[in-house]
Design a protein around this ligand. Structure first.
Ligand code: FRU
Length: 486
């Protein structure tokens, strides 16, 4: 099952280099994950759209390349929609003969050295292959920094909306179309939040609010210039009237407090609360981290909601149901008030694990989930009930990769009197995802140990803690984790 670093439950391509998720769409019983892919080297460049499909958002099977680097340019990021009624006219099927009228249309950026334009391509074979529209591009404003179209069907106006960025001038542009071919500019959202150097990979979705209702959320990646260095994803809550997005306040909120969560995109044609995933890396070191043998992986898919916290808002993220991957239970228990090691178990070599904790802490206590090996390496995450604490991830004890921007520790603050915390972690070979406080804080990080981690311990220090839940289980490896040579 691959090298030491090959993730077991996170999608990674068999070869090459992967960055942004693209064209996330549910169609005909399958979830499609396309992605920015260099099939010929494990560094960014020569960008194609790689492809994987899944019945359950967890088990991914890699399929052949879907869109190619052509003489016109590389196939940069974009999205996909189901054009069920052939509004685009790109499909030739004969509904009379019982054939499906429409299919998947991909909308993506064709990027040359001097020009970025929006193109479309149609698939009549359930997303396996695409035919580029003969009159591409469908949108050209003569810019070299115009990219990452995300398209959705806007039912109130019976039209498609494209959300796309003029990256370097920090504009999110909204276009409308009835056929995916001709696009009219409708409005823009500019110079807001963290600007960074480039705005990238926008997404605009309706997100259910806990306790009822829905709000529009504009998700926007920036790179470089994220607050932790490099790449980051921010979001805005507001209204969209089909033309303009109006944020309801001036607050900049980040989707993740770690450093390795970028280019989040939601699945199109998916009913219920939005589900999406992100690239689990950061441009500051994405080309340099150890290859496994490919470079790049995706986060687990997360379901999104919104929670009112006082006068503030929080995007709430939960892993999709992990039950299909359920493995062997290592710990399932409670622990009374105590300190030092509260629970511990050996880790089956190289397997991914899921951890759920519910903890109550005395003031100043710290509860740490610590993974370790005999070589003295550690990976930690936990909750610090000190006045300046909060949730944290600490990868400094993992010694397999060093680079000046691959920083060690990430944290997320809570009100100083917070004494109870829940944590939901998935820890895989070379990555960790932590969701805390019922999903209102998310932290995602790569890590690289020289030797596999062998033991998990839940430890209380600086005071007593009580575990009303401590649950640790292995997760079953997904098919794409079976290594293939470069
Ligand atoms: C974001 C990004 C996009 C671009 C793609 C190129 O990571 O820079 O803006 O379309 O990657 O691979």
């Amino acid at each position: 099952t691959g090298g030491n670093y090959t993730p077991q439950v996170h999608y990674a391509p068999p070869t090459g280099f992967m960055n942004d998720p693209n064209g996330l769409v549910f169609f005909d019983g399958e979830y499609h994950l396309y992605y920015q892919h260099n099939p010929s080297a494990a560094t960014m460049g020569n960008v194609h759209w790689g492809h994987a499909v899944s019945p359950d958002l967890l088990n991914w099977q890699t399929l052949p390349t879907a869109l190619f680097n052509t003489p016109a340019g590389q196939a940069f990021s974009g999205s996909a929609v189901v054009d069920q009624h052939n509004l685009s006219g790109l499909f030739q099927a004969q509904p009379d003969a019982g054939e499906q009228a429409g299919g998947i249309v991909a909308i993506y950026t064709r990027a040359s050295a001097t020009l970025q334009t929006q193109e479309i391509a149609a698939s009549s074979d359930r997303g396996r292959s695409f035919v580029e529209y003969a009159h591409n591009p469908v949108l050209d404003i003569g810019s070299s920094q115009f990219r990452d179209p995300k398209v959705f069907w806007h039912a109130p106006e019976q039209c498609w909306i494209m959300v796309v960025v003029e990256a370097r001038s920090h504009r999110v542009l909204f276009y409308g179309s009835v056929d995916l071919k001709s696009w009219d500019k409708r409005g823009e959202f500019a110079d807001s939040g963290l600007l960074g150097i480039d705005y990238e990979c926008p997404d605009l979705i309706r997100v259910p609010v806990e306790n009822g209702g829905e709000r529009w959320v504009l998700i926007l990646s920036i790179n470089p210039g994220g607050p932790l260095g490099g790449s980051a994803v921010q979001y805005f809550i507001g209204d969209f009237d089909g033309r303009q997005f109006t944020a309801e306040d001036r607050v900049t909120r980040l989707m993740d407090f770690g450093k390795d969560f970028y280019a989040f995109q939601s699945f199109s044609n998916h009913s219920g609360a939005p589900v999406g995933l992100a690239w689990l890396s950061n441009w500051q070191y994405a080309n340099e981290v150890p290859a496994s043998p490919s470079r790049g992986m995706m986060t687990l898919p997360r379901t999104l909601g919104l929670r009112r916290v006082g006068k503030d808002w929080r995007l709430v993220q939960q892993f999709v149901d992990l039950a299909p991957l359920a493995g062997k239970v290592l710990i399932d228990d409670t622990r009374p008030w105590g300190s030092a090691t509260l629970a511990t178990a050996a880790l089956p070599a190289g397997e991914a694990i899921e951890v759920r904790l519910e903890v109550e802490l005395q003031p100043g206590a710290v509860v740490t989930v610590r993974l370790s090996n005999q070589a003295g390496e550690t990976l930690e995450a936990g909750f610090d009930a000190g006045p300046f604490g909060g949730l944290f991830i600490d990868r400094h004890g993992a010694s397999g990769f060093e680079q000046r921007y691959f920083v060690d520790r990430f944290s997320y603050a809570f009100q100083p009197d917070t004494r109870t915390m829940d944590m939901h972690l998935v820890i895989d070979r070379s990555c960790l995802e932590l969701l805390g406080a019922a999903g209102s804080a998310a932290g995602t990080a790569l890590y690289y140990t020289k030797s596999p981690l062998e033991r998990i311990s839940v430890v209380a220090q600086g005071g007593n803690a009580r575990l009303s839940k401590v649950f640790v289980t292995t997760l079953t490896s997904i098919p794409s984790a079976q290594a293939q040579p470069l």
